[in-house]
Design a protein around this ligand. Structure first.
Ligand code: PLP
Length: 363
């Protein structure tokens, strides 16, 4: 393979565009003639502030974020958002509805139980989280603090294709594993959050996009660093931010721009996932998908090899052939190919060829 890059199907942290890594390498020691790495300079310097502000404005433009929304770069991963959301918005004895589509929804729900009375809705757990519930199944109260959903279920390989209309009730989405994989209508949501480490850059940066008037409803009596308002007021520079991660995120956004923006990225993602789903669907049961067809994710393709022994062999042979990250999540087993934005089409083509050849050899 060119430049000895692995066929990287890791679920996160995951592949980054090789062009971005190479540019970062070139700029690593002496950033734009400053004689310093971007990692070595003050987050209050004009050089860093420009990188920071450019990343925010590029994100706004590429993702078509309306002007009445804030864009924040936080730390603590998506997991800290599981806590910050109820801490800021769920008053004691108030309800919020959590749509249960997988382990990450469960974790988000569990944190909310520490702050108020969240209610689970439309759980597909009994069906091993193979499905996204139909919009009619989603129940919530008109005075709920918010409805929370997970737009892409990294572990089970399911993804929402349309989102519920929650009317006056604020809608919050964990988009960690499909943010900016396609254009969406941001105005449907009051708060979106995502760890950067799948589609947007290295781990360490968490993107939060939130409607200003929703943020205004937050509790005031909570620790300073856990208030969204602290980060809004300081343009995400309240304390030392993950400067290198923000720089890398900005470079990934430039790369998305060069691909033609999110419509072009979405088309690539469809093509890539189709290569692998086609093998599963045409394999006469040799490979079986975990997610039901209508709920399939374009980001995480979960499947099994019909026979358990063969599955082990599949994973071993794939590893020997240079494929990385194809083991399913430890909680569900099987196989998973994560085909995030930065995974090249050729990598997916290589997996398609490998899967077909493996079946031909073993059927
Ligand atoms: N939510 C989803 C959908 C995820 O896939 C993950 C991680 O894989 C998380 C949340 C947790 O993210 P973090 O590790 O950034 O806390």
């Amino acid at each position: 393979q060119s430049n000895q890059r692995a066929y990287n199907f890791n679920a996160g942290p995951s592949a980054l565009p090789v062009e971005v890594l190479e540019k970062a390498q070139q700029e690593l020691v002496n950033f734009h003639g400053t004689g310093m790495s971007i990692m070595e300079m003050s987050h209050r310097s004009s050089t860093f502030e420009e990188v920071h502000n450019e990343a925010i404005s590029r994100l706004r433009k590429l993702f078509a974020i309306p002007d009445d929304y804030e864009v924040l770069f936080l730390q603590g991963g998506a997991s800290l958002q599981f806590t910050m959301i109820p801490m800021n918005f769920l008053q004691l004895e108030k309800k919020a509805s959590y749509v249960m589509t997988g382990v990450w929804s469960e974790k988000a729900y569990k944190e909310a139980t520490l702050f108020g009375e969240p209610v689970q809705t439309a759980s597909t757990k009994e069906d091993k989280y193979r499905n996204i519930p139909s919009l009619e199944e989603i129940d919530f109260g008109s005075d709920d603090a918010y409805v929370h959903l997970t737009s892409n279920n990294t572990i089970y390989g399911t993804q929402w294709s349309e989102f519920p209309d929650t009317g006056e009730v604020p809608l919050i989405a964990d988009m960690s594993s499909d943010i900016m994989s396609k254009p969406i209508d941001i105005s449907r949501f009051d708060l979106i959050y995502a760890g950067a480490q799948k589609n947007l850059g290295p781990s360490g940066v968490t993107v939060v996009i939130a409607r200003r008037d929703f943020l205004a409803k937050a509790n005031k009596e909570i620790p300073t660093i856990l208030k969204y308002s602290t980060h809004v007021e300081s343009n995400s520079l309240y304390n030392t931010p993950p400067t290198f991660g923000i720089y890398m995120l900005g470079e990934v956004l430039k790369w998305i721009e060069k691909q033609g923006g999110l419509a072009a990225i979405a088309k690539q993602n469809e093509e890539k996932a189709k290569l692998i789903y086609d093998v599963i669907d045409n394999s006469n049961g040799f490979y079986t998908g975990h997610a039901s067809k209508e709920s399939r994710s374009l980001m995480n393709i979960t499947f099994r090899v019909a026979d358990e022994e063969l599955e082990k062999q599949f994973l071993t042979e794939a590893k020997d052939a240079g494929f990385v990250g194809l083991n399913g999540h430890r909680s569900v087993g099987g196989c998973r190919a994560s085909t995030y934005n930065s995974v090249p089409l050729e990598t997916c083509k290589a997996l398609q060829d490998f899967m077909i050849a493996f079946q031909n050899k073993h059927k």
